[in-house]
Design a protein around this ligand. Structure first.
Ligand code: SF4
Ligand code: FES
Length: 364
């Protein structure tokens, strides 16, 4: 099936380089070195094509996108074409003045991640001394530059006890939005699942706490909550449906329906520096593989929720069921569902599990 309309959003992973080494990173294990990254003109050409294609939003991400010296140029080029720009940053190593310059170039929004709500947690999870204070400094610079701020709190066993403090911190920093997102188990997070999976009771406690806070803080702080797949009844509508209205571009230009699509071994991806973006969007065999509903098997094929969650996540189906066209095992209708709940309960009680920190070159 081909595209039913133009894409709305692109996640541009400008680089895999990052000063942090988070063990839950959703980047692939085979991280790309700097010499594999696209150059400035290649990205500018892609952004020009994105505008012509009708893209409305570009999320500038990584790794750490502020490591790219051409970031301001990218924001200015996108902004000049009326595209909404969102910077997704870890906020460490952001130089003085950069947020002001990005704001002047037309940046619309900043999403800043915190690995913990307490300094020692942030520093341990990201394996970076002083990270927490650097992030606080970045948050203040974002606000001083007049930019809207979303705090992103990726939640797992090492920091789930800090959710209340995350909410207080978001209020103290004047954030408009707080995203409390249970991590997704792909890439490095899957590798470290035994060390990161939270206990079910903690997940339930936090879900209730967040529901209360959402109600009490309405109009002051918007709080989004992403539930953990392994304890869910129904899966998330991953990427809003495969190649339905958004896609991602890796640092080397590979265009993929989602950030983990390389985990589906039979898919091949076109490179956006070599193939026109419009052609990729319309004709890529990888994009068309799971578009629409024709590829679905039962129980998804005849399910009343298929237009809500699109059968869940293709990558998770591949990673856990060994079949990318299977029902996402996060769904209670999947024959695998009980098995992943067992996996979650087993992993969550493994107090001795050690983490492997994300580093370029570990899996070359
Ligand atoms: Fe979604 Fe498929 Fe589960 Fe239905 S059976 S809820 S479409 S994943
Ligand atoms: Fe690939 Fe969900 S991460 S479809």
């Amino acid at each position: 099936m081909s595209a039913s309309g133009p894409p709305i959003g692109i996640l541009a992973e400008l680089t895999h380089r990052c000063p942090l080494q988070c063990s839950y990173c959703s980047n692939p294990l085979e991280l790309l070195k700097a010499n594999r990254e696209l150059g400035t003109q290649e990205w500018l050409s892609i952004f020009q094509q994105a505008a012509e294609l009708g893209v409305l939003q570009v999320h500038l991400s990584g790794g750490e996108p502020t490591l790219r010296p051409d970031l301001i140029e990218f924001v200015a080029a996108l902004s000049a074409r009326g595209i909404y720009t969102n910077l997704i940053t870890a906020g460490v190593g952001v130089r003085d003045g950069l947020m002001d310059e990005l704001a002047q170039a037309g940046l619309d929004h900043v999403q800043l991640s915190f690995q913990g709500a307490l300094p020692e947690t942030t520093e341990t999870v990201g394996n970076h001394r002083g990270a927490h204070q650097k992030k606080l400094n970045t948050a203040h610079r974002v606000r001083d530059a007049g930019l809207p701020l979303t705090l992103n709190a990726p939640i797992h066993r090492k920091n789930i006890a800090e959710v209340e403090r995350f909410i207080e911190m978001a209020l103290e920093l004047g954030a408009e939005r707080l995203e409390i997102a249970n991590i997704q188990y792909y890439g490095w997070a899957l590798l470290n699942r035994q060390a990161l999976m939270p206990e079910r009771d903690d997940v339930m406690r936090v879900a209730a706490l967040i529901e209360t806070a959402q109600h009490e803080l309405r109009g002051t702080l918007a709080i989004d909550f992403v539930a953990p797949d392994y304890y869910a009844r129904f899966p998330k509508p991953c990427m809003g449906g495969w190649a339905r209205d958004a896609f991602m571009i890796a640092p080397n230009g590979d265009a993929m329906p989602c950030h983990a699509a390389a985990s589906i071994p039979h898919l091949a991806f076109e490179n956006a520096a070599q193939t026109p973006l419009a052609q990729i969007w319309e004709n890529s065999a990888a994009f068309n593989a799971y578009r629409g509903f024709d590829w679905m098997k039962e129980p998804c094929r005849s399910c009343e929720r298929r237009e809500i969650d699109f059968g869940g996540c293709r990558c998770q189906a591949m990673l856990l069921a060994g079949d990318a066209s299977a029902t996402d095992p996060a769904c209670s209708k999947s024959p695998m569902h009980d098995r992943i709940l067992e996996l979650a309960i087993r992993d969550s009680s493994n107090g001795a599990a050690e983490v492997t920190y994300r580093r370029i070159g570990v899996f070359d």
